[in-house]
Structure formats: C-alpha cells, structure tokens
Write a protein that binds this ligand. Structure first.
Ligand code: NAD
Length: 486
C-alpha cells in the first residue's frame, strides 16, 4: 500500500490533509486495485474551504483585478493543464476506467473551458438601454461571491471545469467538491492553479462524501452565494432543499433518459455511427446518452443489424491502452446497479439481442428489444451501455413517446428532411436537440435540462447570469446644467 499516490485537499493555496487525518482509496476499475490515497474530508474541512474562499473573495485581489488580468491568468492555467495533459488524463482514466483517448479529449475540453470563459467574460457585451426620460440604464455584472461546485464522476475534470471556469472568470472564488469515485484530477487542477499564479483561496478543492459529510456541509453553509451541481436527480432535490434554507441560488444539471429518433429517410450509416457513440461512448455513462432508440419501421431491421454489428466490434481492454474503445464501469457499486438491469431483461418482458455482463466490472454493449414501455429499462436512467430499441410508424407517435419521460435533457434525431428536423426539434421537450450528430457543443449555447433533468442553464451568457449579480445603474444623461437650475 505504500506506493499509493497521495492526493490532499487544496485549501487557501496549500495542499493539506484532513483535520482528523482520515483518508480513502481510489480504486482503478480495470485492475480493481487501489491506486491512490485521498484525504477524506469532513464538516471541519468543508468549513475551512469555505472560509478560505470567503476570505479570498472579501479581501483578496481576484474579484478586484479586472477581466483582462483574470483572462491572462486563466489562459496560463489552461497552458499549464495542456502541459500536464497526460497526468490529468491518466488520473481520470485510473479513477473511473475511461479509455485514454476519451480522457485526453476531456482534458482538451477542460482547458478550452478556461480559455472560452476567460475570453467570454472579457468580451461580453452588456445592455445599455436609452430611455425616453433623459436617462439611460446600463448593466453591471458583479461577481456573486463564493461558489460551491459539486461534480459527478462520469466526466470528472471536464464537468468540474465547466463550472469552475465561468465562476472564476466572472470574479468569484470557488470550493470544488469532486465525486468521491474520481477525486484525483481535481487536486491536480488545484495544484496547477497555484502554479499558474491564481491567488490563494481562489480555487479550493475538498474531498469527501455527500450526505452528512462534506457535500451536505457545503450546501448548508450560509457563507456560500451560489451552488452549481451536476449529478443524479435525487441528489439535486436534496441539494435544492438544503440551499433553500439560506435562499442560495442553485443550478442543477441532472439525469436523463434521452431519446434518439431515426427516421426512415436518414443517412443510415451516419445514424448508426452516432447512435453507437451516443450510447456506448464512456460505457454509456453519459447523462446525454440516447438510451431510448426509436427507429422508423421501414428501416428498423437494417438499422438494428448494422447497429448490433458495430456494437459487437467495439474494442474492450485496459483503458490506459490508446487502442481501447470501451472500458469497465466506474465502480463496483455502479457495476452492480447496471448488472441489475441486464439480469432482469426477460423477467421484464424483453429480449437481449446482444450484450450482457463481461469480466470484472465490464458490461458489454447491450441492445434490448421488445421491452414493455412501462418497464424500468425504458423508464429509468440505467447510466450504462444498455439501449432499448423500439420501432415506430409516425412522427406524432414518436414525439409522444419521446416526451413521455419525466426527464428532458437532450434528444438526437436523424433525417434528411429539413422540415421534419425543424418541426420535431421544436416539439421535443428537452434542453438540447442534435440533428444528424451528437455531442457537438458550442460553449455559448444554453446547456441544461427540462423537468427532472435540470433547473437553469449554463453556457455563455447563461453562465454569466448565474455566476453574477446583474445590477442596473440608471443615470440621468441630459439634465439641465447646474447654473441653469432653479
Ligand atoms: P450523484 O448525485 O450520486 O453525485 C454527484 C455529486 O454529488 C458527488 O460529488 C456526490 O458526492 C455529491 N453528493 C451526493 N449527495 C450529496 C448531498 N446530500 N449533498 C451534497 N452533495 C452530495 O451523481 P453521480 O452518480 O456522481 O453522477 C451520475 C449522475 O449525474 C447521473 O444521473 C447523470 O445523468 C448525471 N449527470 C448529469 C449531467 C448533466 O449535465 N445534466 C452530466 C453528467 C452527469
């Protein structure tokens, strides 16, 4: 055990252990062996992190230094992350079993998050409203204060920076709590932030669990001004209730049971390729996964045959091997949850065309048909490489099926008909629609979900609205000169 790498909290610019010295281990899901020892925080550590962020906000230079200087430092942090890309990618890969190339993609996106939001904050326009009364009103975006960011384990570094980057760019200070299954890249990020010259206390990282621990303490702390959370819908409800006590604004990005609709006129090769990515990338552990796949009846059999062929051809293996396309599930607990669905397909009235449980914590790409529409496999978020495929006949029918879910994160649709694309995109009750593609992002666009999938939007100006206190200043601009008054 002595060769485990050690990862502390980073509080007030220093890497520290927990007050009580407690630690936990991060398990590599491929080897099923621990590879890192991590500080296990408690309430006292959460309080220390908030105190450091509060002090840095109330007394430190960060909120006062101006957009250009923050932009310079955040770009320097992005440069430093790119220089440490292998270390960051390896941390996420070992923590959660994600294939190496996907981890590198996430690191590049994480660095881009800092670059994009640093530039956006510097360049963003603010409304000035000429008024008929001889005044004008203009808008200032004041930093909100201390931001708590609580992250899930499926895109550790990428989703953490999706929150941390805009919060910092708009002049806030941050306490980041990564998921307990994927703690290590957050410590590396905070070390790099110190190296890049961010002042102490601007980015703090505290590790630990959620309920009755670090997570809960952070969401109940009255010194916190914003809470941004990504994770399960049930956790989002709990955080919402905790935040309500202090009237702390929350942004919640939560679960999904997303539909993927393939119309008969679609470019089938393109539809198959994106549909494979949509449900089997990251072993299906993507909130945006198209886990309910609806295929129009004339092409159902052809589509299914090609889709199953590509699913079966995916390369399993050691996630650290760049040739691997498909890794194990992120933890034993999660593997057991997904296995529970795979084991009950027939009992629920459906049929498995391909897939099933593999070695270790692997679940193979699994394709289900004939599943009753009210079965757990169709209604619940499995968050693994398991897709239910249904035929449909008409547009009205498939739109009704798609909208039946309590979730509404995103949808994909494949068609060569522009009218169908626009019409169906407008009718789907979701936060994002991808037409003939998947996973393509513009960081200016709103990102978030409808219903049980989310509260609020982040991205571009939407992140600005959340991470700042917009202020109206109303000025008289054509008053009489003083010497002509009275
Ligand atoms: P989770 O809700 O179990 O945990 C997320 C984070 O919340 C972790 O850091 C955890 O420690 C913390 N937490 C748990 N209980 C808490 C509490 N009572 N108070 C404060 N913090 C608490 O989610 P997960 O299993 O890590 O992630 C998977 C889920 O995330 C899936 O439902 C997935 O769809 C969702 N997700 C959504 C998006 C999106 O953008 N909408 C993106 C990725 C993942």
């Amino acid at each position: 055990m002595t060769d485990l790498e050690h990862f502390g909290h980073v509080i007030g610019g220093k890497e520290v252990d927990s007050h009580d010295g407690a630690t936990f281990q991060s398990i590599n899901p491929y080897t099923r062996e621990p590879w890192a020892q991590v500080a296990l925080g408690g309430v006292a550590d959460a309080e220390a992190a908030v105190a450091a962020a509060r002090k840095a906000f109330d007394e430190g230079p960060w909120p006062r230094m101006g957009y250009a200087e923050r932009q310079r430092l955040l770009h320097r942090l992005a440069d430093t992350m790119e220089a440490h890309a292998d270390e960051l990618a390896s941390a996420d890969s070992r923590d959660m079993g994600k294939p190496w190339n996907q981890c590198h993609h996430d690191v590049a996106r994480a660095a881009l998050n800092f670059r994009f939001f640093a530039d956006h904050a510097k360049m963003a326009m603010a409304d000035t409203l000429p008024m008929d009364t001889g005044h004008h009103a203009y808008t200032r975006y004041e930093p909100a204060g201390v931001v708590v960011a609580i992250a899930p384990w499926n895109f550790p570094l990428m989703l953490e920076t999706w929150k941390v980057a805009p919060a910092l760019a708009w002049g806030n200070t941050v306490v980041l709590k990564p998921a307990e299954d994927t703690p290590t890249s957050a410590t590396i990020l905070a070390r790099l932030a110190v190296e890049a010259g961010l002042p102490e206390g601007v980015l703090n990282v505290v590790h630990g669990y959620g309920p009755q621990s670090v997570g809960e303490a952070l969401t109940r702390d009255p010194r916190v001004d914003r809470i941004t959370f990504t994770g399960e819908t049930g956790t989002g409800r709990i955080i919402s209730r905790a935040a309500a006590e202090n009237l702390t604004p929350v942004s919640l990005e939560m679960g999904g049971k997303n539909c993927n609709i393939v119309f008969a006129d679609a470019d089938l090769e393109n539809a198959v390729d994106w549909s494979i990515q949509s449900i089997f990338r990251n072993a299906g552990q993507i909130c945006l996964s198209g886990s309910r796949l609806f295929v129009q009846r004339p092409v159902f059999d052809t589509f299914l045959e090609r889709f199953v062929g590509k699913a079966e051809a995916m390369r399993f293996g050691d996630p650290l091997d760049p040739a691997t396309e498909f890794g194990p599930l992120a933890s034993e607990e999660h593997f057991r949850k997904v296995k529970g669905y795979v084991d009950t397909v027939e009992e629920a009235g459906g049929r498995m065309v391909t897939g099933g449980v593999g070695d270790g914590w692997f679940v193979k790409p699994t394709v289900l048909v004939d599943m009753p529409l009210d079965s757990p496999h169709v209604c619940e978020e499995i968050f693994g490489p398991v897709v239910v495929v249904h035929p449909f006949d008409t547009e009205d029918e498939v739109v009704a099926l798609a909208n039946e879910s309590e979730y509404g994160l995103d949808a994909q649709l494949f068609t060569e008909d522009l009218h169908t694309a626009h019409r169906v995109a407008a009718r789907l009750e979701v936060g994002t629609v991808w037409v003939n593609c998947f996973f393509v992002r513009d960081l200016r666009a709103p990102f978030g979900g409808v219903g049980a999938s989310g509260v609020g939007r982040e991205g571009g100006n939407f992140s600005r609205e959340f991470f700042t206190e917009p202020k109206a200043v109303i000025m008289q601009i054509n008053g009489e000169p003083r010497d002509r008054q009275a």
